[in-house]
Design a protein around this ligand. Structure first.
Ligand code: 13P
Length: 307
């Protein structure tokens, strides 16, 4: 049995769409209807007329699709595909913090890499692709709490000049990139442009020629006169770059221990699990209605503001 062919057949039969994040394994990217960053995937989820969304990404991404589509079936090939960053801010901790700092009357901006319960406690959601734009909509007199990614928050502050209080959360994978490892790679490829995700630590971002979301990496590398790029993010990104820009050279950003960094959660989804999910219509993302409704407002606000 050819899994890719079976997946295409099931997709038609079930009226399903396959959405995949840029970090997914190559075989999944190849069968997906759309491959993109968190922002693009959110818009795709909001627009689709398919009855089933097979979401190839991590749990919070599937949840996001479900928040926007409470009446559709959202499948995640592996329900255990979590996110260390989302886990670094629990709704209970955030609620407690907000209660303890009620006097600050925080405007809570949550990076999309968080649970539905954290989204429900937020005023607006953002992604790395639209964070700067989202900030420009927030009233000047409001004090901002940015959760959960400290590095992305610091980058947003650097770019906008707007002070924010930052939650101390991190993506385990982007923390693997060190100044030492990237400097060494730069010596090996002196002609390469360094492109880093804003979840990288400050010392790594300082070495980058461009700091941007995964989708913007495609445009940057396409439009740049350079021909070699060091891509400092999850290595799944390289597949999409090589496929769309075949005449340029892409080198994965190394860590101190490995030639590239792989997110074990993103890699939990496999072609076989995607096939089984479409065949059996599970595992499915479900959300209590109250939570879905509470999380939808801040998410819709993001989609509206970043249009
Ligand atoms: P993007 O929105 O840039 O794709 O980032 C998603 C992510 O989870 C980065 O770790």
């Amino acid at each position: 049995m050819n899994l890719a062919t079976e997946i295409q057949r099931l997709k038609k039969e079930r009226n399903a769409i396959i959405l995949a994040h840029n970090y997914q394994v190559a075989e999944i990217q190849e069968v997906a209807d759309y491959v993109g960053d968190s922002l693009g995937l959110s818009y795709q989820a909001a627009q689709t007329e398919a009855q089933i969304i097979a979401f190839c990404g991590v749990h919070f991404m599937g949840e996001t699709a479900k928040i926007i589509n409470p009446n559709k079936t959202v499948l995640l090939p592996d329900l255990h595909a979590g996110c260390s960053l989302a886990d670094s801010c629990s709704a209970a901790d955030l609620q407690k913090y907000l209660q303890e700092h009620r006097d600050k009357n925080y405007y809570v901006v949550s990076y999309i890499n968080c649970s539905a319960a954290v989204k429900a406690l937020s005023d607006v959601i953002c992604t790395s692709g639209n964070a700067l734009n989202i900030l420009s909509h927030i009233p000047e007199d409001r004090r901002i709490l940015f959760v959960p990614d400290q590095n992305l928050g610091a980058w947003v502050m650097e770019q906008t000049g707007r002070p924010m209080d930052l939650w101390r959360g991190n993506c385990h994978l982007h923390l693997e990139f060190t100044r030492n490892a990237i400097e060494k790679a730069r010596q090996d490829y002196p002609q390469a442009k360094v492109v880093a995700h804003p979840e990288c630590p400050y010392a790594v971002r300082l070495l980058a020629d461009e700091v941007c979301s995964t989708e913007k990496m495609i445009a940057y590398c396409k439009n740049s006169p350079a021909t070699t790029f060091l891509i400092v993010t999850e290595e799944g990104m390289l597949h999409r770059l090589r496929r769309e820009i075949p005449n340029k050279i892409f080198i994965p950003g190394p860590t101190d221990h490995c030639a590239c960094a792989q997110c074990r959660f993103m890699k939990m989804n496999t072609l076989e699990k995607l096939y089984l999910a479409l065949r059996d219509r599970r595992p499915e993302i479900t959300l209590p209605q109250e939570l879905q409704v509470a999380a939808e407002g801040p998410l819709r606000k993001m989609l509206e503001w970043s249009r």
